[in-house]
Design a protein around this ligand. Structure first.
Ligand code: AMP
Length: 413
């Protein structure tokens, strides 16, 4: 299937070609026709699947590429500033040579330029919930003519505690509208929310979580916590690593690690929620351009990071939420590329590893040939193995019973 088969407007086809996409991704193939037809859609897809274009292209198509109104007709809510900025960048690319205007608003920066852009008139607004609510309350943003509402990364909105803001925003939207919800996972709260506001949605699911994972070469390093830094330096100095994203559990650990690596002649930058927007943008653009090869991040800051050619992801700390593991390592397999993911696991993190292996349905290969190996635990059986042991045990018991009965029949007392 080509983009032409999706019946998108010619201007959009030209812009897609200009961007260099040759074929629609699965989420685009399955979602775009429904959105163009005005249906509500639930898209289960994570970043890296091309989901932004899956909603941005049909939105531009539906708003009409030859006219503009200069009032907000489409709203995209995104949980983080980085993701919002990236969505804005994609709208800019896809709406080239159309009169449609969009802007991106988020907190942590002055509101004046954002306010000015809105007052000048826009058709599409990309926003994080907090800043949007502020601007709604100040009467700067009016959404009474909204036609299409997109809730992006709904599960992350929930994790980050934004869901109440989202609900408040939804209260001021016109009842009659098209709704699109995208989420990498579907926790119960999101399913409940979707039932409240989507009307007969089409459900589209791509990349069940494990299939992204399959393309990534994953390994686990059992290591004592105090040795993690040494192990990291060892890997960074002995392996060919083009561009690596390192995850830590806390902002403090991210800062600390970036500092220590830089001191050890391995220039690194940290990105997390406490950094100013300018510092985050600078760190990201240095990483994108290849000026810094090592970026240390926390989960929230890295959510939705769209950086091509991340060759390695290293989980310096394992996440306690197994889905985060999938999101993290997914940074290294963008748009079809393969990737490498290493995870360090100390004794306290072993239960997290168990949860991760349960989620991805496979055991992560253990790397025992590094200089800081801690005791390698005896692996617990996976559910599949447990099942097998159980059925072996059952058939053994059956055999024993049969033999006992046979013996009894042979030697009746
Ligand atoms: P997303 O899942 O929206 O974060 O997109 C992930 C990456 O895939 C972005 O860098 C997009 O520019 C890229 N992308 C989106 N659609 C396509 C496509 N059809 N072909 C190739 N790359 C794409």
């Amino acid at each position: 299937m080509t983009f032409r088969d999706l019946m998108l407007d010619k201007v959009l086809l030209d812009n897609i070609q200009h961007k260099g996409y040759t074929r629609p991704t699965p989420i685009q193939r399955q979602t775009i026709p429904h959105i163009i037809n005005g249906r509500d859609v639930i898209g289960c897809a994570q970043t890296g699947t091309g989901k932004t274009a899956a909603f941005a292209l049909p939105i531009i198509h539906s708003l009409g590429v030859t006219s503009h109104t200069r009032y907000i007709r489409a709203l995209v809510l995104s949980p983080t500033r980085e993701l919002a900025a990236q969505i804005g960048d994609q709208f800019a690319v896809y709406s080239r040579n159309t009169p449609l205007r969009h802007t991106v608003i988020f907190g942590g920066v002055g509101q004046n330029p954002q306010e000015k852009a809105i007052r000048n008139g826009i058709d599409i607004l990309v926003a994080t919930p907090g800043r949007l609510l502020d601007l709604i309350n100040q009467g700067v943003v009016r959404l009474n003519k909204l036609e299409i509402f997109v809730l992006d990364e709904a599960d992350r909105m929930l994790d980050m505690g934004f869901i109440h803001d989202v609900k408040r925003i939804m209260k001021v939207l016109p009842k009659q509208r098209q709704n699109l919800l995208f989420s990498a996972t579907m926790p119960q709260e999101i399913t409940a929310l979707s039932k409240q506001f989507l009307v007969k949605p089409v459900r589209v699911e791509v990349n069940p979580q494990s299939s992204t994972v399959e393309k990534i070469n994953q390994s686990i390093y059992f290591v004592d916590r105090p040795d993690k830094k040494k192990l990291l330096k060892h890997i960074l100095t002995t392996e060919e690593i083009e561009r690596v994203l390192i995850f830590t559990r806390t902002k403090h650990r991210a800062n600390n690690l970036a500092k220590q690596l830089t001191k050890a002649n391995l220039p690194a930058e940290a990105i997390h929620g406490d950094k100013s927007q300018t510092a985050r943008t600078r760190a990201l653009s240095n990483f994108r351009s290849g000026k810094t090869r090592i970026l240390v991040a926390t989960d929230i800051a890295a959510r939705g990071l769209d950086v091509e050619a991340v060759s390695h992801v290293i989980n310096f700390d394992l996440p306690n939420i197994p889905e985060s593991y999938v999101h993290r390592i997914g940074r290294t397999a963008r748009a079809g590329a393969d990737g490498i993911a290493y995870s360090f696991c100390d004794v306290d993190e072993r239960p997290y590893l168990k949860d991760i292996e349960k989620l991805i349905g496979e055991r992560v290969t253990v790397n025992n040939s590094h200089p800081y190996v801690s005791d390698v635990p005896k692996p617990e059986p996976t559910p599949k193995e447990e099942e097998k042991t159980k059925s072996n045990k059952n058939s053994r018991n059956r055999r024993r019973r049969r033999n006992r009965n046979r013996n009894r029949n042979k030697n009746p007392q």
